[in-house]
Write a protein that binds this ligand. Structure first.
Ligand code: SAH
Length: 217
């Protein structure tokens, strides 16, 4: 069991990380405040505790990684979440990105396909942020959550070999889908839904994610 301790030292390391992200080009003050507030070290094994605030990806078990803080900040900035918006995250993983979205006031729905990571995140997330409550699902992110659609925002945090039609269909008109697309390297792609049939697509540089997988364990 993790002692959920957030010391002054952790807080100091977080403010350094925030300054580093600012230097790297993250501008949205709300996103920077969220990174400054969410205790990233609590999502990592305690042996990585003092590495938690370096701009690095780390193993979270089951062959998966928690994304780089820069990647989390970049995707969150691109998503432009407003308080109360209904947001779907694909790939709960450690739950770190989920907490950043909750901190921004999202009504969050998040899906993870690895049962162990799902169980851990379901236990940890409500201990760190209990309001608004997160809705955490075990399942296949390729399908999204049709029963809860439409979503104002959809964020995919694993590398998608293609853009799933089910996810495009679940974006509200006026909403946004942020998805890294590609096999070895992914292109950060933003789809803005203009109308029932039209999407405006833009690309935002290359990133590297663990792959979005098809079959469940
Ligand atoms: N947002 C996470 C990033 C974790 S890495 C964090 O902040 O820690 C990507 C995650 O996507 C992994 O946990 C992986 O198991 C999950 N994943 C991969 N394919 C998936 C799928 N088809 N549906 C749901 N989750 C998936």
């Amino acid at each position: 069991m993790l002692p959920l301790k957030d010391t002054l030292k952790h807080q100091g390391m977080r403010s350094h990380l925030v300054e580093e992200l600012r230097r790297k080009g993250i501008k949205d003050e709300k996103v920077l405040a969220a990174i400054g507030a969410v205790p990233r070290h609590l999502f990592l094994d305690s042996s990585f505790e003092y590495h938690a605030y370096q701009n690095k990806a780390f193993p979270i078990g089951e062959g998966q990684t928690i994304s780089h803080p820069y990647t989390v900040a970049f995707q969150t900035e691109l998503l432009q979440v407003q308080p109360q918006q209904k947001v779907l995250e694909i790939g709960t993983g450690s739950g770190y990105q989920s907490c950043v979205l909750l901190y921004l006031g999202a009504r969050l729905y998040t899906i993870e396909r690895q049962r162990k990571l799902f169980m851990q995140a379901k236990n940890l997330i409500p201990k760190l942020i209990s309001w608004p409550p997160a809705h955490i699902f075990f399942g296949d992110g390729y399908k999204g959550l049709p029963k809860e659609a439409p979503f104002d925002r959809i964020l995919v945090t694993a590398g998608a070999p293609y853009v799933p039609n089910d996810l495009l269909a679940q974006v509200a008109i006026g909403g946004r889908l942020v998805i890294p697309v590609g096999n070895n390297i992914q292109v950060m792609t933003l789809y803005e839904r203009v109308s029932e049939r039209e999407f405006h697509k833009t690309t935002h540089g290359n990133f590297q994610f663990v792959p979005m997988l098809q079959e469940k364990n």
